[in-house]
Design a protein around this ligand. Structure first.
Ligand code: AMP
Length: 225
């Protein structure tokens, strides 16, 4: 199954992506993680992306489309993939569709994570992340060790989880990513929230408020329908 997670920063895409990945046995591609690793490793891609990321702006489509094509072609991605934050503009949605169709695949579902702005700001304010394995944490202090077995990384605050960058990321979501939701819904489908569009993609709205496991269960139930 190929599943795209869409939603504003702080909606829980990273946390839920990992959990759904464990339950369904499908790997995750998170462009944010790929880019943060590239920045840490000082690669050309990382150098190109860093200033956009630090400000909270979107990285150019060409960089993202390059990552999508490269990663989707890897052997471990053949059985399906969970795409976390991979599509944030309509151009990227079009690019993903054609990359998948070149591989004889299609997007089965778009999960749209819905949360109030108050919840988003609260979640981002309390979020830390392992700088090595990129696992997001809530309520774990920066500077502590990542509890994931075998990781050994350090838990840090993300630079773009500070107030100015959060504001920019929210603006980018509203201006550039929110239209992607309509793009998926409109593709041949006038039939409602979870009907399939012309490409066989179901758009599923998920209430992402509440306890982490509750949200995971909601997602799994909807995917089974
Ligand atoms: P995330 O970890 O998903 O919050 O992404 C962190 C940052 O990486 C974003 O604020 C963007 O600067 C960049 N980024 C990640 N994915 C994309 C994408 N699909 N398009 C553009 N920029 C992205």
């Amino acid at each position: 199954m190929n599943i795209l997670l869409l939603g504003p920063p702080g909606a829980g895409k990273g946390t839920q992506g990992e959990r759904i990945s464990d339950r369904l046995g499908i790997p995750v591609l998170a462009t944010g993680n790929v880019l943060r690793n590239a920045v840490r490793n000082g690669t050309e891609q990382g150098r190109a992306a860093k200033s956009y990321m630090d400000r909270g702006d979107l990285v150019p489509d060409a960089v993202i489309l390059g990552i999508i094509k490269e990663v989707l072609a890897q052997p471990d991605m053949k059985g399906g993939v969970i795409l976390d934050g991979v599509v944030r503009t309509v151009a990227q949605a079009e690019g993903l569709n054609s990359a998948l169709s070149d591989l004889g695949r299609h997007l089965d579902a778009v999960l749209l994570f819905e949360v109030t702005d108050e919840d988003l700001i609260r979640r981002l304010g309390g979020r830390t992340v392992c700088e090595l394995c990129q696992t997001p944490y809530t309520g774990k202090d920066a500077g502590s060790a990542c509890p994931k077995p075998g990781c050994g990384g350090k838990v840090v605050r993300r630079m773009d989880d500070e107030p100015d960058a959060i504001t920019t990321r929210m603006k980018a979501y509203r201006a550039q990513t929110a239209p992607v939701v309509d793009w998926y819904r409109d593709q041949g489908s006038k039939a409602g929230r979870s009907a399939s569009n012309a490409n066989g993609t179901r758009v599923i709205a998920i209430d992402a408020a509440g306890a982490v496991e509750e949200v995971t269960q909601r997602v799994l139930r909807r995917l089974e329908e």
